[in-house]
Design a protein around this ligand. Structure first.
Ligand SMILES: [Zn+2]
Length: 129
């Protein structure tokens, strides 16, 4: 077949047709083609390591940001395996970025207000604190 954008003939774990692009030499995408299973295994193992690093990063993250991080991590994996389209992944990353910026501004405002309060207190009061 000459069509460059043939769809993969494989099925995903949930039984729906794979949306991946078939390899030029196969009717299957790289994730389903038996010839690329070594690379698939390596990619899965890298994903597992990323998840354990994510678990450590999760503990260092402000509680309010944790659900967003979890959601983004799932979106990353879903985009990789074709459950989400790259466009959906990009939209999620963009919205999450806006949420993080809003949260960061709120945090900075709070810290600035605390600093201003200290700076405006009389010197004697500052020394006692
Ligand atoms: Zn496939």
């Amino acid at each position: 077949m000459v069509d460059a954008a043939r769809a993969c003939a494989g099925t995903r774990r949930d039984g729906t047709p794979c949306k991946g692009q078939a390899l030029p030499s196969s009717e299957l995408c790289w994730a389903h083609d038996p010839a690329s299973q070594d690379r698939v295994k390596a990619a899965r193992s890298a994903g597992g390591k990323a998840r354990s690093k994510a678990a450590r990063a999760d503990k260092l993250m402000p509680a309010a940001m944790r659900p967003i991080f979890g959601c983004l991590l799932k979106a990353l994996l879903d985009t990789r395996d074709g459950t989400l389209t790259p466009q959906q992944g990009t939209a999620m990353a963009s919205i999450a970025g806006a949420l993080v910026k809003t949260y960061s501004v709120g945090q900075l405002e709070e810290r600035l207000a605390a600093l201003e309060e200290v700076a405006q207190a009389p010197v004697a009061e500052r020394r006692r604190a």
